[in-house]
Design a binder for this molecule. Structure first.
Ligand SMILES: Cc1cc2nc3c(=O)[nH]c(=O)nc-3n(C[C@H](O)[C@H](O)[C@H](O)COP(=O)(O)O)c2cc1C
Length: 307
């Protein structure tokens, strides 16, 4: 049974050109789906692997002779690209510099974001590692302040409905059923957040998307995971930083957008997909003069596992 995907119902098809193959076995060693296996020095395409070919393309990428073609599940040899030259790769210092320079940006200059920049960011984000290939993630680009503002108004409308429905007395009644953490989250985070959005909107300020000139909405199919969209979104943030753009993930918008299917349709989100991550983008109007150290709450697992 192939791994489910919203567009593809079949496994990939792997073909090895026996006339070119030198039987080095690289493809069998790298295949994560147990489709290519070496047997007595010969590589075989096995039909009894658990999921069939997932179309990751690793075998095509690793074959020194170019003897392998994978087709189906949205992949073909035409998708193979030359590797970037080694000197073009960011070393650890450059990568750390990029990561340390990026901070969330909520103030943008009047300059619009060029369409090519937006497209470049999305293209770079497609390199993100997301679940099982092929990615079942989509991205809607919203270009221009006016369009972003129209969406902000829809989100605010959704929060107005939320405030009317989830009044404090109703939340008190719900508490035994939803548990303390959710109750506190609704009462002390979501309600005040919604009030901020609604009040800001009435006063002509956009607290949802911070008057950003561009927005990306990542959505995931029922066969993908929200984390796939979040990883794509994170890659897009780094891509934006490398292109001189500021960005911030906006977690307040997706819960409203995903509940408004008419809006999703207007945005071009497929009927069964869930808009799960919003990223505002723009040319920063403020510039950080320092970066800051952040910490994980780390523990050394070795001692714990020994105990
Ligand atoms: C899942 C997620 C949702 C977020 N939602 C919002 C949001 O709705 N509004 C906002 O201003 N920032 C939002 N942020 C951005 C964080 O607030 C921001 O990354 C955090 O303040 C850390 O700042 P830094 O990225 O500049 O270090 C979100 C971040 C994540 C990861």
């Amino acid at each position: 049974m192939p791994v489910m995907h919203s567009l593809y119902r079949e496994s990939g098809k792997v073909r090895i050109d026996a006339g070119i193959c030198k039987e080095c076995g690289s493809c069998a060693r790298i295949c994560p789906a147990e489709v290519l296996k070496a047997h007595n020095g010969k590589v075989q395409v096995c039909s009894d692997s658990p999921f069939g070919c997932i179309a990751c393309g690793h075998c095509m990428m690793v074959c020194p002779e170019g003897a392998i073609t994978v087709t189906g599940r949205g992949i073909s040899p035409e998708d193979l690209l030359p590797l970037p030259a080694a000197e073009k790769k960011a070393g650890p210092e450059q990568l750390a510099a990029l990561m340390q320079s990026r901070r969330s940006v909520r103030r943008f200059s009047d300059k619009e974001v060029a369409s090519e920049l937006l497209e470049c960011i999305v293209e770079m984000a497609t390199t993100a590692p997301m679940g099982i290939p092929p990615w079942d993630i989509g991205c809607v680009m919203i270009r221009g302040r006016e369009e972003v503002q129209r969406l902000a108004a829809e989100v605010v409308k959704g929060y107005e409905g939320f405030l009317k429905m989830f009044r404090p007395w109703l939340l008190s009644l719900m508490r035994p059923f939803v548990g303390k953490a959710r109750y506190v989250m609704f009462l002390h985070f979501l309600r005040p957040l919604a009030e901020t959005y609604v009040r800001g909107h009435r006063e002509g300020r956009d607290h949802v998307f911070y008057e950003a000139p561009a927005l990306l909405i990542f959505h995931h199919s029922p066969y993908a995971d929200i984390s796939d969209a979040m990883i794509a979104c994170t890659y897009a943030m780094l891509a934006a930083e490398s292109l001189g753009l500021g960005s911030t993930i906006i977690g307040g918008a997706p819960p409203i957008i995903q509940r408004n299917r008419a809006l999703c349709q207007r945005l071009g989100v497929p009927a069964d997909s869930t808009p799960s991550a919003c990223l505002i983008l723009g040319h920063p109007a403020t510039h950080f003069r320092r970066t800051i150290r952040r910490r994980f709450t780390c523990a050394d697992a070795v001692d714990r596992l020994d105990a």
